[in-house]
Design a protein around this ligand. Structure first.
Ligand SMILES: NC(=O)c1ccc[n+]([C@@H]2O[C@H](COP(=O)([O-])OP(=O)(O)OC[C@H]3O[C@@H](n4cnc5c(N)ncnc54)[C@H](O)[C@@H]3O)[C@@H](O)[C@H]2O)c1
Length: 309
């Protein structure tokens, strides 16, 4: 990031708002020269909205993550699949019949939970949002607090974008041999310090990306990729056939920033529906899928309040 900023860019692309953070701290003098920046992930957008809320944001940013062409596909299908890929590569565990706990039922969590169920796991969801938790219940998942899920799960994966979702008291309640991992952006979702303190001794590296912690009494807990993004550390991230949509969103956002240089308000912008429509139509075309077009009669019907009853 430091090397990139030394080139004095005018347009930047970020993932997690690390680069934009630098433009608000060590490189703050350069912020005024940035026409705009793009942000790829949920956690980055959260940080940017916090900067905006505190009236500290110094440059226009486009929340690429908030485009449906990004979160509905990359977060859901990409993270859903690549997270399972990472867990399987690191452990060679059989998902069928296992109790799989997904913390967070957002875009990533939904994708992960439905894929784990598709592999035969019995999936438990933990949430803090009533509406989202209700959705998980209605989608057919068991929903409960982590305090209850902790003793039931064979595999735990956090995808909340929040901190210390799995903590000391949860480790204490887990079964011998439980697998714990994270696919949220930062390695803060599992309280690794608390685990290290509870264990008292350094973990044993059982195989690549798989560390075994032994708790007092002999219980073993298996942590993947040191609590970092398991799909990136233990697998290959998302397949290109979903990243193409994220990158199309990024590049069209960059074009929008370039075309509007000097005109964009300093705030977190969202991409226009036209751009989302264009990307979705191109993706469908690349997949050989055609859809219907509204007739004039249908357009009029949808635009009118008089028709219907
Ligand atoms: N692994 C990857 O490649 C990848 C890809 C995309 C996004 N991400 C990251 O994954 C995380 C989640 O992204 P998202 O798009 O699903 O976000 P989201 O906002 O759609 O969903 C997060 C969900 O977690 C819930 N949550 C928050 N705190 C919780 C807690 N303590 N316990 C249980 N649930 C809690 C929220 O209520 C929300 O429903 C972010 O950090 C994001 O940056 C990772």
């Amino acid at each position: 990031l430091h090397a990139a900023l030394k080139h004095k860019p005018h347009i930047t692309m970020d993932d997690g708002a690390d680069l934009i953070s630098l433009l608000h701290t060590d490189y703050a003098a350069q912020a005024k020269d940035i026409y705009g920046s793009m942000e790829e992930t949920t956690t980055g957008v959260i940080r940017l909205r916090a900067l905006e809320r505190d009236k500290k944001l110094k440059l226009p940013v486009v929340a690429v993550n908030d485009a449906r062409t990004k979160n509905m596909f990359d977060n859901r299908y990409g993270t859903g699949q690549s997270t399972l890929d990472g867990i399987i590569r690191a452990t060679n565990i059989l998902l069928s019949g296992s109790v799989f706990v997904v913390a967070g039922y957002g875009w990533c969590g939904r994708g992960l939970a439905s894929r784990a169920r598709g592999m035969g796991a019995r999936v438990i969801v933990t949430e803090v949002d009533h509406l989202v938790a209700l959705e998980a219940v209605m989608d057919g998942f068991e929903v409960m607090p982590m305090a209850d899920a902790a003793s039931k799960g064979d595999i735990f994966c956090t995808v909340t974008g929040n901190t210390h979702v799995i903590r000391k008291e949860h480790f204490a309640a887990m079964k011998d041999g439980a697998v714990v991992c994270n696919s949220g952006h930062f390695d803060v979702e599992i309280d690794m310090k608390a685990l290290a303190t509870s264990a008292g001794a350094p973990p044993k590296e059982l195989r690549h990306s798989l560390q075994e912690y032994i708790l007092p009494g002999g219980k073993r807990l298996l942590v993947l990729a040191e609590g970092r993004l398991v799909n990136l550390a233990a697998a290959e991230g998302h397949p290109p056939t979903v990243m193409d949509m994220s990158f199309a969103t990024q590049s069209l956002a960059a074009e929008y920033v370039a075309k509007n240089k000097g005109k964009l308000e300093i705030k977190v912008h969202t991409l226009s529906l036209e751009i989302e429509e264009l990307i979705a139509s191109l993706k469908l075309r690349s997949m050989g899928v055609a859809i219907d077009t509204l007739t004039d009669e249908q357009k009029n019907y949808l635009a009118s309040w008089e028709g219907g009853t």
